[in-house]
Design a protein around this ligand. Structure first.
Ligand code: ASP
Length: 440
């Protein structure tokens, strides 16, 4: 690793460019909240909203990476497997962990909402009519995994179809043996280039995060949040409990690693997820930090993380649990034990079907409400503050993907403990953005 501290110290922005990336992002996030709140309270919400395009630019940059990054790194990962049975074992572990953590997440959400009753005493004045969301059939979902045209899957960014095609192509490369070596090398080289490009884009995260936070804090003033403060508190508390207890527990007890290092190592994707509210959009950051900060092998991260960004949504499931009970309370409906169980099942399915994009969880909430006969109008009460809830649930969605990647990698002997235990490698002064600042 290069030592850039001495030349950087003489430069005017050395204090900033020499800082670790996660600290830069954290400072940007905090400053964004402060600036946005000040602008909101002084009646300048429009000014706060005017910086949003800077955030959108960053998000567009990382979204640009998703399709080539998943495809290239997953093909490279599968093509480097010695035997294909590994793939089956990896998938089984990943699915089992994703499902189990999601079910626990909903239960935490249901329990918190049942105990603290955030919906009691809420005024129904603003409720509007909301249309129900139809659940896709299992046959359609399974058939939909196989692309009829891979180019179409790339063009529409259908992550699950891309995963299926990449796994099959990677397997074919293994089976084709020597003949496929040039193609394998081409993918390996392309993967390196994609990782370089990813690190260039990620280095702009602090600026994007700052702009997005200024916009959110400037638009959602305290007056808008106050009436629903209890439900916001429930979702945030549930997310914190789930992350600390379930992910912390998995890392400590199953992977036998330090939970503190896990949280430190995944802080960048967690903060980007929090501000962007898109786990798919955060995926390149999650993959990069899993590999460079947590020591997860590319083989495991390139399979577990894209899959997780698409189907593993613990934060969303927890939120749906809280909201279902909240809406039942608002309408004075008592839920019985079998309805609670139905919520656990449908929220698990709904969270799997939720796309990793902003606000998708709110739409899927209609599925959960319908399954237990709760009024869909309840969704309108939550819609006004959904962005605030989306921030917490997306952060947990992404944290869950990283935690499972660590556990699976550890169990496969694919986690580099030395990297995991080394404090952050993603440093500000190594990043592209910092070099740009330094040069000016
Ligand atoms: N925004 C969430 C995500 O991307 C999905 C949701 O709305 O719950 O993970």
């Amino acid at each position: 690793m290069k030592n850039s501290s001495s030349p950087a110290r003489r430069r005017p922005f050395a204090f900033w460019t020499g800082m670790q990336l996660w600290k830069q992002i954290f400072i940007a996030l905090t400053l964004g909240v402060i600036l946005g709140t000040v602008l909101n309270q002084t009646g300048n919400a429009e000014l706060a909203a005017s910086v949003k395009p800077i955030g959108d630019l960053f998000i567009r940059g990382i979204k640009m990476l998703i399709v080539p990054l998943i495809f290239i790194s997953l093909v490279t990962g599968v093509a480097s497997l010695q035997d294909l049975a590994t793939m089956g074992r990896l998938s089984a572990k990943t699915f089992a962990l994703y499902l189990a953590t999601t079910a626990v997440a909903i239960s935490i959400g249901l329990a918190l909402a049942a105990v603290f009753k955030p919906g009691v005493g809420i005024d129904l004045g603003a409720a509007k009519t909301v249309a129900a969301q139809d659940a896709p059939s299992i046959t359609d979902t399974l058939l939909g995994l196989v692309p009829t045209n891979p180019i179409e899957a790339f063009a529409t960014g259908n992550v699950l179809q891309i995963i299926v095609f990449a796994i099959l192509l990677g397997m074919a490369i293994v089976l084709a043996g020597d003949t496929a070596k040039p193609l394998k090398r081409l993918f390996e080289s392309a993967a390196e280039v994609m990782y370089k490009l990813t690190s260039i884009i990620i280095s702009f995260a602090p600026y994007g995060v700052f702009a997005l936070m200024t916009w959110v804090a400037g638009t959602y003033g305290l007056d808008l949040l106050a009436p629903l403060a209890k439900v916001i508190a429930m979702v945030y508390l549930g997310c914190a409990v789930h992350a600390l207890v379930v992910y912390g527990g998995l890392i400590k007890l199953v992977a036998r690693l330090s939970p503190l290092r896990y949280f430190q190592g995944s802080i960048e994707p967690i903060m980007v997820a929090f501000t962007s509210t898109s786990s798919s959009g955060t995926l390149p950051v999650t993959m990069m930090s899993a590999e460079r900060n947590l020591g997860v092998s590319r083989r495991v991260s390139s399979f577990v993380l894209p899959l997780g960004a698409t189907i593993n949504m613990d934060g969303t499931a927890l939120y749906q649990g809280v909201c279902a009970v909240f809406i039942a309370q608002v309408y004075g409906i008592d839920l019985n034990a079998s309805q609670y169980l139905t919520i656990v099942l449908t929220s698990t399915l709904a969270s799997i079907g939720t796309a990793g994009v902003p606000g998708a969880g709110l739409i899927m909430l209609s599925l959960v409400l319908t399954s237990v006969g709760l009024p869909l109008e309840g969704i309108a009460i939550i819609a006004g503050i959904d962005r605030i809830l989306d921030m917490a649930r997306t952060a947990v969605n992404v944290a869950g993907d990283s935690a499972v990647a660590c556990v699976v990698a550890r169990s496969e002997g694919e986690l580099d403990e030395a990297v995991f235990n080394t404090p952050h490698v993603l440093k500000g002064d190594e990043t592209f953005a910092s070099r740009l600042i330094d040069q000016n």
